[in-house]
Design a protein around this ligand. Structure first.
Ligand code: PMP
Ligand code: GLN
Length: 381
């Protein structure tokens, strides 16, 4: 047998693949992996069809098609009042995952420290480790998931290269506030720390709150790469199209890696999304759309023994199950699939040392019919 030493000895299969596969095997109602089970706008599908038929089927430019980059400039300017130059400050990527991986690989060197808030989305840490960086985890409290900025300050030293933030936050469904961003700005003053801001759920914010994009804060924006995902925004996670924006000095470095990592990404879909973005209502109404889904789901499980604070953003709801069992969350999530045919994601996999706080994450980006089936099961537990 070939002999090799793993570069990622502690990495197994992602929880999303594990729970998704188990859900399929047991024909469970699948609220585990985050994806909508309803279709995209037929207008968008028609635009893809037309782009294919018009022959946009060869390599796109390395940075992405210019017209789409221009649209992104306009979108960010109108939402957050910050102008990114389409020529030098935007790159279209194969989803946010590639944007995140490429950003980490472009900047993190061996022994560099990267601060990550736990629970954290699972693609950040393997990338940091692969490039020899050290993950500096900060665990957030299980109720509020608030960041204590004094703790962050205490973790910063000369080797801190990057901080990764994510708002709206997966898996907790919480948001960073204006106060958080101002504190972050103060903590980073006078440092050369790069901020990687994962904002894939930027349009999915509830209760009239605003999304606090890093782009709104000039001192933060000047040191940040911001990642976004059209998959999340347009109900097409399988298309894997996203983008990254940031100041020219960071983007030039990002593109040095991007050009050899993927070179360029899906051309006809870029053409279609560029046209689709002419109508802002598609993303401006998304928060309201998912807020109704959240409320439908929470009303549905009203008689269950799960405990919760309503999600403030994303399409995830965290539920506590202390009143149901004291089983470990991974074991309970697996049993829920096998015995009750309902799939979720256990939060411990995203926590520091896999801390088990008896919490599960449920995705409510589902048809009301699916949510009805889910709540019927959950109310029986
Ligand atoms: N970041 C977070 C927080 C996510 O939930 C996801 C999943 N969509 C991604 C990044 C990756 O996005 P994409 O599917 O566009 O690669
Ligand atoms: N973002 C999705 C989630 O959090 C999963 C994407 C993936 O499977 N990697 O559920």
């Amino acid at each position: 047998m070939i002999d090799h030493t793993s570069k990622l000895p502690n990495v197994g299969t992602t929880i999303f693949a594990i729970m998704g596969q188990l859900a399929a095997q047991h024909e469970a109602v699948n609220l585990s992996q985050g994806f909508p089970n309803f279709g995209a706008d037929p207008k968008l599908l028609e635009l893809v069809n037309s782009a294919l038929n018009k022959g946009h089927n060869q390599y796109a430019p390395m940075q992405g098609i210019y017209s789409l980059r221009e649209k992104i400039t306009g979108k960010i300017e109108s939402l957050y009042n910050k102008a990114y130059h389409p020529e030098s400050e935007i790159t279209i990527t194969a989803g946010a995952t590639q944007a995140i991986f490429t950003a980490i690989s472009a900047f993190v060197r061996p022994k560099d420290e990267v601060i990550v808030f736990k629970p954290a989305y699972d693609c950040y840490e393997p990338a940091i480790e692969l490039y020899g960086g050290t993950v500096v985890p900060i665990q957030l409290g299980k109720e509020t998931f608030k960041i204590d900025w004094e703790v962050v300050r205490s973790k910063i030293n000369a080797t801190t290269k990057m901080i990764i933030i994510n708002t709206p936050h997966n898996p907790s469904g919480t948001l960073l506030t204006q106060q958080d961003m101002l504190q972050l700005q103060t903590v980073l003053q006078g440092t050369n720390i790069i901020l990687l801001s994962d904002e894939v759920y930027e349009h999915i914010v509830f209760n009239g709150a605003s999304h606090e994009s890093v782009a709104k804060y000039p001192d933060l924006a000047s040191r940040s790469l911001i990642c976004a995902s059209f998959g999340k925004t347009f109900h097409v996670t399988g298309w894997k199209l996203g983008y990254v924006v940031g100041p020219k000095v960071l983007m030039a470095e990002f593109q040095k890696v991007h050009q050899y990592n993927v070179f360029s990404v899906n051309h006809p879909i870029q053409v279609a999304i560029c046209k689709y973005l002419e109508d802002e209502t598609s993303y401006r109404n998304l928060g309201k759309f998912y807020e109704e889904k959240r409320d439908y789901f929470l009303n549905g499980i009203g008689t269950s023994r799960f405990t919760f604070k309503p999600s403030l953003g994303t399409y995830f709801q965290v539920l506590g199950y202390d009143n149901i069992t004291d089983e470990n969350d991974v074991a309970f999530a697996k049993r829920l699939i096998k015995q009750y045919k309902i799939a979720s994601i256990p939060l411990s996999v995203f926590n520091l040392n896999n801390e088990d706080n008896k919490q599960l994450r449920f995705c409510f980006a589902k048809t009301n019919d699916t949510l009805d089936k889910a709540s019927e099961i959950m109310n029986r537990l």
